[in-house]
Write a protein that binds this ligand. Structure first.
Ligand code: ZN
Ligand code: MN
Length: 461
């Protein structure tokens, strides 16, 4: 870093997700581009863009979009509509994409993001809108000639676009944000969100703010941004952003301006290349789709969808941690839908039979850890039986201070980095250390006591 100013990265994400549904977005063709045995078998006049064909919106896809909007903490717009976005490309047979511009289904969401080295932070979601995917171009060499082939199986597949506000300040934060969105999409079961196949695709927009610190309070953002497209893994997203930050920093430090443009990430060379100088929204000549009437969503309909939303893994994780479950156990349980549901059902029932509040928190913590060590049984048995089994085995729980102290001291000795992290204020590190003690104890250490002893030993060290 040179000069008296910092350059602060201003980063936003655009994430496209192909929705699961039986049929495509605006026609009855099958939505299964990856399972198709041959190119161009799931096509009709609508998704081939033939003149006169009329689009009919897919209700399931709208439902999934609203579900996703709710999962991302958005407001759902009661009045919504589709617009035409015009641009020319061979994979877009109509010459425009049916998308949403001024009235998307969901807006103004927020997302809590935490990573290993990150503080908790909020990334605002600007919008979640529904559109259609394009066909797929295949570049081949046939009889020594370079040709481009096109497969329309993907043309018209329902596609959701999630746009964040530029609240992200580092490549790592961007990666964590994308990962969190991925987890939410998967847990809502609206898409496979398979990055390798391309059913979830990442784009980042990056610019640099010159100043000492940037905290968005309505001040003007940089007057340019560079978009990076074609990113198909979280690791490449981080790489691409790191590289772009450096590229822009060099340009700015040499006194030049950064050009507004779209760059494509190239996995072969692991670098981004300029594709085109960026269009403005006006270049797309958006206007309301005349063949689809505006869509009104009723409060009742939205409430019904709300009830279908299961708790997100992060929420379950936070709850388990609060109940005293060791971090490692909480992570595994919350990531597994069946297991998480079983633990929740059990803890609710368990809570009802417990009277003593103090005992309750401790017991649930132990229960969570017990569950992790009996995963197979847990999956097969009803909640009542699990509670019974847990109580039976409860005698096995080690709460002998001397024994626990021995494990704790060993773990502190073997994990100086986690101890240092905790001392430096990383609260999560304590969960990791508890997990290490549990490993030694075969999951039988009394969590509450372990935590007490750990805190005491670390602070007195
Ligand atoms: Zn079709
Ligand atoms: Mn889009």
């Amino acid at each position: 870093m040179t000069g008296s100013f910092n350059y602060i990265p201003i980063i936003g994400l655009e994430i496209h997700v192909e929705l699961k549904s039986n049929s495509k977005m605006f026609c009855g063709c099958r939505n299964d581009p990856f399972g198709a045995s041959k190119p161009n078998i799931y096509t009709c006049p609508v998704c081939l863009g033939l003149p006169g064909a009329l689009p009919v919106p897919n209700k399931k896809a709208i439902e999934s979009t609203v579900k996703l909007g709710l999962g991302l903490g958005c407001e759902i717009n009661r009045e919504s509509r589709f617009d035409r976005k015009h641009y020319f490309y061979p994979d877009l047979p109509k010459g425009y994409q049916i998308s949403q511009y001024e009235r998307p289904f969901a807006t103004n969401g927020r997302l809590q993001v935490t990573g290993y080295r990150l503080e908790k932070k909020t990334v605002r979601i600007r919008r979640v809108h529904l559109e259609e995917d394009t066909g797929k171009l295949l570049h081949r060499k046939i009889n020594g000639e370079e040709v481009s082939l096109i497969d329309f199986n993907r043309s018209g597949v329902p596609l959701v676009e999630i746009v964040t506000e530029p609240d992200i300040r580092s490549a790592e934060e961007a990666k964590e944000t994308a990962k969190k969105i991925h987890r939410i999409v998967r847990s809502l079961e609206v898409s496979d969100a398979d990055m390798e196949k391309g059913s979830m695709r990442l784009e980042a927009n990056i610019s640099m703010f010159k100043g000492l610190a940037f905290e968005y309070k309505g001040q003007a953002l940089p007057n340019y941004k560079v978009e990076i497209k074609n990113i198909n893994s979280f690791r490449f997203l981080e790489r691409a952003i790191e590289e772009e930050i450096e590229r822009q920093r060099k340009i700015l430090e040499s006194g030049k301006e950064v050009k507004q443009e779209t760059r494509g990430w190239d996995t072969q060379s692991m670098t981004s290349k300029s594709q085109r100088t960026k269009e403005e929204a006006a270049d797309y000549r958006y206007f309301p789709e005349p063949d689809i009437p505006p869509i009104s969503l009723s409060d009742d309909w939205i409430s019904k969808i709300k009830t279908q939303i299961s708790k997100l893994p992060e929420e379950i994780y936070e709850e388990l941690i609060r109940a005293g479950v060791a971090e490692q156990a909480a992570r595994i349980i919350s990531a597994n839908k069946d297991l998480a549901a079983k633990v929740q059902e059990s803890t609710i029932k368990y809570n009802k039979v417990q009277k003593d509040e103090e005992l309750e928190a401790k017991e649930i913590g132990n229960f969570g850890n017990w569950v992790l060590h009996h995963q197979l049984e847990v999956r097969e048995k009803p909640a009542e039986e699990l509670i019974y089994l847990f109580k039976q085995g409860k005698e096995g729980i080690v709460s002998d201070s001397e024994q626990l102290e021995g494990w704790v001291l060993g773990v502190i000795e073997d994990n100086p980095r986690a101890v240092a992290d905790f001392k430096a204020g990383k609260q999560q590190a304590i969960g990791f250390l508890i997990g290490q003690v549990q490993r030694l104890a075969g999951g039988k250490a009394d969590v509450k006591k372990v935590k007490e002893i750990l805190l005491e030993k670390i602070t007195n060290k």
